[in-house]
Write a protein of this length. Structure first.
Length: 285
């Protein structure tokens, strides 16, 4: 698995932890054991209360400071608050109180899986109609340009800048496929098509695409709680064993989708003829 970051801060620490956990395959130490996930992270979804997908989205959606990103977690209700929200709504100081536990760390993006799909067909030429009584043959001019986009499983749409930071460069290059992210390519071609009487015809293009899914992960620097007998600081999620140094939530992922390219750099896909009947009243008898 590969882990990608939007910030260079603590890059070596995150990479080292992710690689170490991925190699050792350590199991969770909180009741039911589970194998390490993308980037060696442990899955908090279904283990800890609340909507952990949304928690990770909101946590990693914050602007990263020089010391990381911060969050507050109510271990009774599963509620999550940013640092500003906690200081405003719970306690005016950044200290753990009651069921609220505080943490600080760094977000990254670990590649989880990848697969190929057929994209949605798009019309690539003008409609040409045949209102006569015999078949016509017409030369169609069609054009297409490759597309890339990203989407999240939860939260608002992903920003273009974040998508670029995750999926540009070598993200797909090591997986043995033609990853066309931000590699603009287009074509214009001519082809002769037959048009039956009283129909109209256009050309369509079905792009072949590649999907790369990443799971946002959180690398824990500090985790604090106070159960009434003094403040405790740990360096794993909720003070669990070393396999919980990095966490993710299974249902929170980001998919990067890109048209695939052929070895010659042209878009990979299939051209088809799209045919529709015309209103008989408009056609010759």
């Amino acid at each position: 698995m590969r882990t990608f970051r939007t910030s260079t801060l603590k890059k070596s620490a995150l990479a080292a932890a992710s690689v170490a956990l991925a190699v050792t395959g350590l199991l969770a130490g909180s009741g039911t054991a589970q194998a390490a996930g993308p980037g060696g992270a442990q899955n908090v979804r279904g283990v800890d209360p609340g909507n952990t997908d949304v928690m990770l989205d909101r946590l990693c959606g914050q602007e990263t400071s020089l010391t990381g990103v911060y969050g507050a977690y109510n271990v009774d209700t599963g509620e999550f608050k940013t640092r500003d929200e906690y200081l405003r709504d719970v306690v005016g100081l950044w200290v753990p109180a009651g069921p609220w536990e505080l943490f600080r760390g760094w977000c990254g993006y670990a590649q989880a899986s990848t697969w190929s799909v057929k994209g949605e067909p798009v019309r690539t030429s003008e409609w040409t109609g045949n209102h006569g009584t015999t078949e016509d043959k017409v030369t169609f001019v069609s054009g297409y340009s490759t597309k890339t986009f990203a989407k999240k499983s939860v939260g608002a749409n992903i920003s273009l800048s974040l998508a670029k930071s995750i999926f540009s460069g070598t993200v797909g290059g090591s997986a043995g496929y033609e990853w066309g992210w931000e590699k603009s390519s287009s074509f214009e071609r001519r082809s002769e098509k037959s048009i039956p009487p009283c129909t109209q015809v256009a050309t369509t293009w079905t792009p072949y695409q590649r999907v790369v899914r990443v799971n946002p992960v959180f690398y824990v620097e500090d985790y604090q709680w106070n159960k009434g007998d003094g403040e405790v600081t740990a360096h794993t999620w909720r003070g669990r064993d070393a396999s919980w140094k990095t966490i993710y939530s299974y249902g929170y992922y980001i998919d990067g989708v890109s048209d695939k390219l052929l070895p010659n750099g042209q878009p990979d896909g299939r051209e088809d003829k799209w045919q529709e009947n015309l209103d008989p009243k408009s056609c010759a008898k």
